[in-house]
Design a protein. Structure first.
Length: 115
């Protein structure tokens, strides 16, 4: 697989779309627990920032907020039949993958400048 900048950018955009899908699933849970609206807002803001700036800082925030949500969800892991924990695991996995791709993107930009 080529490390072209366009492929990496498309991967980062796909991860931002993943975060929007996770937020959409969480909207369904907001009807039962309004405090989950905070998760939806966090996901949408971080997805927009990742899509716009492709920043490592945003990727770290995605991962950190996902791990924080996982920590607080461990009090009741079987809320919504386990769907919440699955969505949070998807959130954490998206954070890990976004961090990987944003680091690759920054390195490809740096190597393009030096060559």
């Amino acid at each position: 697989m080529s490390d072209s900048s366009n492929e990496i950018q498309n991967s980062i955009k796909s991860i931002a779309a993943n975060l929007v899908v996770i937020a959409a699933f969480n909207v369904g849970f907001v009807f039962f627990n309004f405090t989950l609206f905070i998760d939806v807002l966090i996901l949408l803001v971080l997805a927009f920032c990742l899509f716009k700036w492709k920043s490592r800082v945003v990727s770290i925030l995605i991962l950190a907020s996902g791990l924080l949500a996982l920590y607080y969800q461990m009090d009741s892991p079987f809320d919504a039949g386990g769907w919440r924990i699955a969505l949070i695991a998807w959130w954490v996995l998206s954070g890990i993958v976004s961090l990987y791709h944003t680091v690759r993107f920054q390195k490809s930009d740096a190597s393009a400048v030096h060559t």
